[in-house]
Design a protein around this ligand. Structure first.
Ligand code: ZN
Ligand code: ZN
Ligand code: FE
Length: 762
């Protein structure tokens, strides 16, 4: 028997938190309310979405059943608080205006062009045919245009664009797929595309701008193009001379460049893609994915010289689509900056700083409020690994079970910096900020902290930083928490923070056995750690084992010159006379006088800090096998060793010894000195590390294994370690959504402070 529409028996108030703004959540609720004939309203608020619904119990139950099953693609529900309230009797369902109470709703990330919008863009009958800023409730910019929360058009950089009547109608209609799509616009009312010459003059607009820019690219020139979170420098990825010129001008000798493809079918002709990788490439986040080259690849060799992988991604804005359609070839797309300074977001800055790199700029007049680089992901043995968490994913948020009493700020490491905040029932990690080198980068770091405090309206009373006194983030935190500030400062060891970062992702609160294989991080004893096995929980840790130490002769210089590390390691094991007689590539890279000078520095311990870093051991092995003597980018020796190992795929390994706490490299190095084939050395070296992890893990069978630190970005090593852990049925955790490198440090720092606080509070 059908119930009358007016018959209601219960009214609920629901408070839903999570990613529920700017993702089409209100129209979704509206449509459900229509379907189940509910009365009431839905309202966006600073702390999430509030809903009141009234109906008979059967309809309400149907609504609750459907609520979490059919969520819009970008939405994420963290909690639903449900409360019965008195009946109101008012009829109909409405979407009401935002109330501005608090600021704890999560920031939505930028999303790639959706298929519905893409279809409209390619439809000559559609009023947005070829419109470069087409978007809807399911796609388009978010984070990069938000000035303040809640996420409503007046709080975005779309505010200056007044909607035309047609757009306004779509925006206001809850049944339209552009209902409350904040960046909604069209040819009539939206931003415009502009091509600028190097003097900043407007030389073309719209279609003509795209045509002219694509002609320049076809002619082998580089140009700057405004993306979602910043500018890219692009050139024809199939033109060797063009790519080489870009490298030369950007002073980027051999670090691999990312390539942007129009779609998956074009990409598949050049690179090998698994099912999982395809899904990742075409996901709404559209990250850069590291993929193996095919034999028939037509990309210029200079895109990724000397290695068999390319970082590839698919067009994620309508503008990229239109440009690549015109070009009919993939383009190199590298962040518009010089050597790791922040990505540029303003055409004026591009012209002022990078005019030597480009011939023209493709700009538009919607401001980028927050810079956001492209995200970088990789698959190893089906494990998804994050190397850079930014556009599409960030800000990354995790919900907490208990409310935090005091807001906490974690300021991260110095390289690949991110910051993280805990407040209310949330943990939030910023997108990749970058290396804190130079004034601009440090300013960017400070600005991000200020922005996030404003977003969430918080003033942290606890700040966590790395122990390293030289880190810019450390110095900033120390200054802020100096006497009289009433801010508590916690200094946390780098590799313990790596461990905690993984624990935070998996919400672990037990004892773990963490393998932290890393570059260098400041150790508790003042030496530079980086080959550590820690027994840790959320409050404390113990250093169980570490790599045998050696001296980084020349300090920072050693980090860039693997041959210095190799020589230092030889000094630990052999006499100078023995070393003089050796004919391995590391020794041959120096003359006799240089070796003696280095030895003096080593003996006198002048500017030669002790280190236990596995990252540096990779450098030494790369040098001893003649693969690389001087680095042109960070991580090069690891990539080169991986490259060599892939050509051999030997499963044997070198002997190694655990001498108490110390993981000795004596026999490993002795064997390497006897071997001439770099492929064999590379494979056996990484197999040895794998074997070592398993042997150590087997000594502590009661604890799950954690892998963390930059060294595990090595695909060859990580694949082997994962398969060995599986074979031996060892329980393990590897960071996936958080960066496995120093990008994850901030989250680890935050997790520690949360548990420290908890202990205090209880
Ligand atoms: Zn769309
Ligand atoms: Zn319009
Ligand atoms: Fe690190």
């Amino acid at each position: 028997m059908p119930l009358s529409v007016e018959h209601t028996s219960k009214r609920y108030h629901l408070h839903i938190s999570g990613i529920v703004q700017g993702v089409g959540f209100r129209p979704y609720i509206y449509q459900l309310a229509q379907r189940y004939k509910l009365h009431g309203f839905v309202r966006n608020d600073g702390d999430g979405v509030h809903i009141e619904i009234e109906a008979d119990e059967v309809k309400l139950e149907d609504f609750f059943d459907a609520l979490e099953k059919e969520l819009p693609p970008l939405a994420r529900v963290d909690s639903i608080q449900k409360q019965v309230i008195p009946l109101s009797g008012s009829l109909g369902f409405r979407i009401v205006d935002s109330k501005n109470s608090s600021h704890t709703t999560m920031l939505p990330a930028d999303v790639a062009l959706c298929s519905a919008c893409e279809a409209e863009m390619n439809d000559p009958e559609n009023r947005r045919y070829k419109y470069p800023f087409i978007n809807c409730t399911d796609c388009g910019p978010r984070y990069s245009i938000i000035q303040t929360l809640p996420y409503d058009r007046p709080n975005t950089t779309m505010a200056p664009f007044v909607m035309c009547p047609t757009c306004q109608k779509e925006y206001d209609d809850p049944m339209n797929r552009r209902y409350h799509a904040q960046p909604i616009s069209c040819y009539e009312c939206g931003p415009s595309l502009l091509m600028l010459d190097l003097k900043g003059n407007h030389v073309a607009e719209g279609d003509e701008a795209i045509a002219k820019i694509s002609q320049l690219i076809k002619d082998g020139k580089s140009v700057a193009i405004k993306g979602v979170g910043g500018f890219h420098i692009v050139c024809d990825a199939t033109n060797e001379a063009a790519v080489n010129t870009l490298r030369l001008n950007k002073r980027r000798v051999s670090k691999p460049l990312a390539v942007l493809f129009k779609d998956l079918s074009v990409l598949k002709k050049e690179l090998l893609v698994s099912e999982v990788e395809s899904t990742l490439l075409t996901s709404i986040q559209r990250p850069i994915v590291l993929l193996k080259k095919t034999i028939q690849m037509t990309l210029a060799p200079s895109v990724a010289p000397g290695i068999d992988k390319v970082g590839a991604f698919l067009a994620y804005t309508p503008l990229h689509q239109l440009l690549l359609e015109k070009l009919q070839r993939p383009i190199v797309a590298t962040s518009a900056n010089m050597s790791d300074t922040p990505i540029l977001t303003d055409a004026k800055e591009v012209l002022a700083k990078l005019s030597h790199l480009v011939y023209a700029v493709l700009d538009y007049d919607r401001k980028i409020e927050h810079a956001c680089d492209d995200s970088v992901k990789m698959l190893a043995n089906n494990h998804l690994l994050s190397m850079r968490v930014a556009r599409g994913y960030a800000p990354l948020s995790f919900s907490l079970k208990k409310r935090v009493k005091q807001a906490i700020l974690a300021v991260g490491a110095n390289q690949k910096n991110t910051i993280a905040l805990a407040f209310d029932k949330h943990m939030v990690v910023s997108p990749h900020i970058g290396d804190l080198v130079g004034i601009e980068a440090v300013d960017n770091f400070k600005q991000t902290i200020a922005d996030y405090q404003q977003f969430y309206d918080i003033k942290p009373k606890v700040i966590v930083c790395d122990k390293h006194p030289g880190y810019e983030s450390h110095k900033w935190a120390k200054a802020l928490s100096s006497a009289g500030s009433n801010i508590e400062l916690i200094e946390l060891q780098h590799h313990y923070a790596h461990t905690l970062s993984c624990m935070a992702e998996y919400e672990l609160d037990e004892k773990v056995l963490a393998f932290c294989f890393d570059g260098t991080g400041y150790g508790d004893d003042g030496t530079l750690w980086g080959g550590e096995v820690l027994l840790a929980d959320s409050q404390n840790y113990q250093r169980l084992h570490h790599l045998q130490t050696f001296r980084l002769i020349g300090g920072e210089k050693a980090v860039k010159e693997p041959k210095r590390v190799a020589l230092a390691i030889l000094f630990e094991l052999y006499t100078i006379e023995e070393i003089m007689m050796m004919d391995n590539p590391a020794c041959l890279a120096f003359d006799e006088a240089q070796i003696r000078t280095m030895h003096k520095m080593y003996e006198r311990e002048i500017n030669a800090p002790l280190s236990s870093s596995i990252g540096r051991l990779f450098d030494a092995v790369a040098s001893l096998s003649g693969i690389v003597q001087t680095l042109s980018y960070e991580g090069e020796s690891g990539l080169m060793l991986e490259q060599q190992a892939n050509r051999h795929r030997d499963e044997s390994y070198y002997p190694f010894a655990l001498e108490g706490e110390v993981i000795s490299f004596k026999s490993l190095i002795a064997e390497i000195l006897q071997e001439k084939d770099p492929k064999l050395i590379a494979a056996r070296f990484m197999n040895t590390l794998t074997r070592m992890i398993i042997e150590i893990a087997q000594r502590y069978p009661e604890f799950p294994v954690i892998l963390s630190g930059g060294v595990f970005q090595n695909q060859y090593l990580l694949e082997r370690v994962i398969s060995a852990l599986n074979t031996h049925e060892i329980r393990y955790y590897i960071p996936s959504v958080t960066a496995i490198n120093d990008g994850g440090i901030a989250l680890g720092q935050l997790y520690y402070a949360l548990h420290k606080k908890k202990e205090k509070n209880e």
